[in-house]
Design a protein around this ligand. Structure first.
Ligand code: ZN
Length: 292
């Protein structure tokens, strides 16, 4: 399907900026988001079965700790006690919310993690959240962690999430940043520019526009974090990082940085700097459905 407009801000004007792995890339003239010009048809896109191999379903211990912190941070929104994690993957966030006493649900397109989570007693629905029969106006919290970049219709997804939230409920989302340090330094060579696995990378103004157009009110939105491994690797002329290396090196880097106190301090300093310059590689946003 040829894209008529920016998947972030809906601006119809975009410029071709090259190709990657056979896919034409465009940059929105309005918000500077990066996206594929043509979305592959059903079945031609991401190979979900291959993505969730056994390795990807194992979650390191430090990830569980970070997710517990995220769940705790969203506790002020708890009223109906309902949490929905869209695109829950291996289900670590559904698990963390359930651990904290939430009535937690997940949705996931890939069949393998859904089967595994159901076997373990978690309430996970298989399929696309645009089509699943979920209760509207019901959820205190909807989380969308590293999902927006994968979906063919991100604006429709955000509108659906806005309808699922109760008035005053919150959306928490993260997605890779089209205008961060790695995107700027590596261009289409950045491993995160990976069509058709990733169909778009949002800029901060693009994300803000998409959230606002969905009828949500932004509480916070910023860029943070950087994966220095890939920048260093490129600087040394070692070329491209494979996608599975990417997941593993991010995990390893984060784990070692969190383990060493000096690393924590260095990472905080780097994040503070990146916040100011808006060059972080990841976008984070929280937005609420207004009451009434
Ligand atoms: Zn745009």
């Amino acid at each position: 399907v040829e894209r008529a407009a920016c998947p972030a801000c809906a601006d119809p004007a975009a410029d071709p900026v090259g190709r990657k792995d056979g896919h034409e890339l465009r940059r929105c003239r309005g918000c500077r988001s990066l996206f594929v010009g043509t979305v592959p048809g059903a079945g031609a896109g991401e190979d979900y079965e291959a993505y969730y191999d056994e390795g990807n379903l194992e979650v390191p211990a430090f990830v569980h700790r970070r997710l517990d912190e995220l769940v705790a941070a969203l506790a002020p929104y708890r009223r109906e006690n309902r949490w929905l994690d869209v695109g829950c993957g291996a289900g670590a966030l559904v698990e963390a919310a359930a651990r904290a006493g939430w009535r937690a649900q997940g949705t996931e397109i890939a069949p393998r993690p859904v089967a595994r989570l159901r076997e373990r007693g978690f309430d996970v629905l298989a399929g696309d959240v645009l089509e699943l029969p979920l209760p509207e106006g019901a959820y205190d919290v909807v989380t969308l962690v590293e999902v927006l970049e994968h979906v063919p219709e991100p604006r429709a997804l955000l509108a659906r999430i806005a309808a699922l939230l109760r008035p005053g409920g919150v959306l928490h989302l993260t997605t890779p940043h089209a205008r961060g340090a790695s995107a700027r330094a590596l261009g289409a060579g950045w491993s995160i520019v990976s069509p058709p696995e990733h169909l778009q990378l949002f800029s901060l103004p693009g994300l803000r526009a998409a959230v606002r157009d969905a009828g949500l009110v932004e509480v916070e939105a910023h860029a943070e974090g950087v994966n220095p491994y890939e920048l260093l690797r490129a600087a040394r002329g070692r070329g491209r990082v494979r996608p599975d290396d990417r997941v593993e090196t991010s995990y390893r880097l984060n784990e070692s940085l969190h383990r060493r106190r000096a690393g924590v301090v260095a990472k905080r300093a780097a994040n503070a700097l990146l916040d100011r310059t808006r060059l972080g590689d990841s976008l984070k946003c929280r937005a609420i459905r207004p009451a009434g």
